[in-house]
Design a protein around this ligand. Structure first.
Ligand code: 13P
Length: 249
């Protein structure tokens, strides 16, 4: 079945508001809507600017994290109602940098995904192994467990809205990309896990992205793999012309 592909930029902690505006102006002039969904996941402060700049263009906007409680005494956190008020379309959950540096656990990932699924904001759930886990031959079991834990207790009709991003940590920001065959194999493993959880039909409908050193030079090969339905792009999404080339793979 034809799944709608999605290419999202993850700016991480890059770009001021002025820089975000400049990016949006350049990118939207070049952008031609197609059947590939496109979004930019930016730091919180830049989200209203991007929502405004991309209004009516079809380009989506996403956050990079969120708290699972609607409000409360959680200094420094941002809630889902706050994101809804701005009008964001997506929210990355469980990026490896959040798991590694901010103690994000499978349990908090699961809570965040469940809370987002009560709204129209689409969760982009990141999974992926580090180099040590890969060298120990443990990557398949780990990634499969991460998927099961992230989607724990989520019914099929909700699960099918989720985007999963397979991002091997050893390929993030390193210039070292998983080969398209390796990436495809891991995305297939994720789909097998989803089949086990929800059956063929739901698993078939779910969008699985690859992330890790995606750039204009390798985008087309990656995007054309059978099991890969999109890309989550870090470094190369910071430059509007490079990101435009990737989107037009
Ligand atoms: P790079 O594209 O810079 O390797 O980053 C990938 C990533 O972490 C996207 O979320």
């Amino acid at each position: 079945m034809a799944r709608k592909k999605i290419i999202a930029g993850n700016w991480k902690m890059y770009k001021t508001i002025a820089e975000a505006k400049a990016f949006a102006e350049t990118f939207k002039k070049k952008y031609q809507p197609s059947d590939v969904r496109v979004a930019i996941c930016a730091p919180y402060l830049q989200l209203p600017v991007l929502v405004e700049a991309f209004r009516g263009t079809g380009i989506g906007v996403g956050a990079q994290n969120v708290h699972y409680e609607a409000e409360g005494a959680f200094t420094g956190e941002i809630s889902i109602p706050m994101l809804e008020e701005i009008g964001v379309d997506y929210c990355i959950v469980g990026h490896s940098e959040r798991r590694q540096y901010f103690n994000e656990s499978d349990d908090t990932v699961n809570r965040k995904v469940k809370a987002l699924l009560k709204t129209s904001i689409i969760p982009i759930v990141c999974v992926g192994e580090d180099l040590q886990q890969k060298e120990a031959g443990y990557e398949k079991q780990l990634v499969s467990e991460q998927v099961k834990n992230a989607l724990h207790d989520i019914p099929a009709d909700k699960a099918e809205l989720i985007v999963i991003a397979y991002e091997p940590i050893w390929a993030i920001g390193t210039g070292r990309t998983a080969t398209p065959i390796q990436a495809n194999m891991m995305c297939e493993l994720i789909r097998d896990t989803l089949t086990e959880m929800y059956g063929d039909e739901t698993a078939d409908r779910m969008v699985i992205q690859y992330g890790g050193s995606v750039k204009p030079e390798n985008a087309s090969e990656i995007m054309n793999m059978e099991e890969i339905d999109g890309a989550l792009v870090g470094g190369a999404s910071l430059e509007p012309l490079k990101f435009h080339e990737i989107v037009n793979f």
